[in-house]
Design a protein around this ligand. Structure first.
Ligand code: SAM
Length: 247
């Protein structure tokens, strides 16, 4: 999969993908990344990428031309131009999975200052994606979030095939609890079933715990997920024993 990022702070992007899963996947050629600095597409000696807003008011606005020229240089035939914006649709695991499956090349535009000249958004951008209802200083962190969330789903990037499928939001539920050595720590022991070696019992326990975590922390998710008869019976059990439920 290919990502192009348009940013006046390219080092922020490179430093964000250097380590961990994204760093290893980049070195292994699992995805391609190029960062384009709009300053390299300016025509004046000061490399101006922003100007004062029409109508007055505080802050500066990113200019159309350097961004449009950077996009023209980055563009490949199938690429979608995504403006990372607090006004966009909120990024979800569904969107992430859908785009990874389609392998659509993405050009991610990171805004700064008060934002970008509306004519660039109207004419050049295909979509707007938000991280959530809060304001960041710039779109670089949002672009990195998009890259990280997508890269870990690319074939061969995560070591264990199951590790992405079981994650929160991948099944529509939150993930089950995880434990590692030692068996006893801080007065708590690992649930017996995880030491039993019984794969079916472990799988059942994990499903039930995933339902329980979701029931307790994000019950809204239960409205959108496909539940089996057994899932529903467990949920009924949680509802009846609500005050006794222990995670
Ligand atoms: N004045 C803009 C508004 O209220 O819609 C916010 C500008 S913000 C200070 C600067 C840049 O940060 C934006 O152009 C956008 O690229 C990025 N940004 C801020 N919040 C974001 C969010 N929640 N999700 C994605 N990008 C965000």
């Amino acid at each position: 999969m290919r990502f192009d990022v348009i940013s006046i702070f390219p080092d922020m992007i490179w430093s964000g993908v250097r380590e961990g899963v994204c760093g290893r996947a980049l070195s292994a050629g699992k995805y391609q990344l190029k960062v384009w600095n709009p300053r390299d597409f300016t025509t004046d000696r000061y490399q101006t990428v922003d100007d004062r807003p029409y109508g007055g008011g505080p802050g500066m606005v990113m200019k159309y031309q350097p961004l449009a020229d950077a996009i023209a240089a980055a563009r490949t035939p199938q690429a979608r131009v995504v403006y990372l914006s607090p006004q966009g649709q909120t990024l979800t695991q569904r969107i992430v999975e859908d785009r990874v499956n389609r392998q659509t090349p993405l050009i991610l535009v990171a805004g700064r200052y008060e934002g970008i000249d509306q004519r660039f958004i109207d004419q050049v951008c295909d979509e707007e994606w938000s991280l959530g209802d809060y304001i960041l200083s710039g779109g670089e962190l949002a672009a990195l979030v998009v890259i990280d969330a997508m890269v870990r789903l690319l074939p061969g990037v995560l070591g264990h095939h199951q590790s992405a499928a079981q994650d929160s939001h991948s099944t529509g539920l939150l993930d089950c609890p995880h434990y590692t050595r030692p068996e006893q720590v801080a007065g708590q022991v690992v649930p017996d079933v995880l030491l039993s070696g019984d794969h079916q019992a472990i799988s059942d326990w994990r499903r039930k715990q995933a339902l329980l975590q979701t029931y307790k922390k994000r019950p809204d998710l239960l409205l959108t997920v496909d539940l089996s008869a057994r899932d529903k019976a467990w949920l009924m059990e949680f509802t009846q024993n609500d005050t006794k439920v222990k995670l």
